[in-house]
Design a protein around this ligand. Sequence first.
Ligand code: RB5
Length: 149
Amino acid sequence: MTDNKRIALSSDHAAIELRQAIAAHVASLGWEPVDIGPTTPESTHYPKHGEAAAKLVASGDCRFGIILCGTGQGIMLAANKVKGIRCGVCSEAYSAKMLRQHNDANMLSMGSRVIGEGLALDIVEAFLSAEFEGGRHGTRVDMIMEIEG
Ligand code: RB5
């Protein structure tokens, strides 16, 4: 397990307040938020924000990434186009725990128009506190990454 405690955070305009609440929460849990914005409410394009956070994770600068848009779907799709990224959308904590335990995800996506802040913070905690189990799950994650080439 790495001692890198940095978490990349980004969103589009739909999730600025929720992203900032998550940044404060992960800091309170002992992580170092790397919040790359945006900070102003103008309409923006989620792919560039997903890509930017994903590159911080793929490069090893950040251990994890947490990204948000209205549904969590569009920004997740963009992040998963960056080589080395495994990102899933979660709307409840069980899936977030399994996303780490079975899928070794390095990024979590959520939708600000889907879930409220309390649930989002629970999902973040479930994601960050779970450990990858390896074994047969490692074989399957390796298979996913072989598709990527
Ligand atoms: C923006 O209106 C919205 O499309 C975006 O936040 C996200 O939900 C896309 O997947």
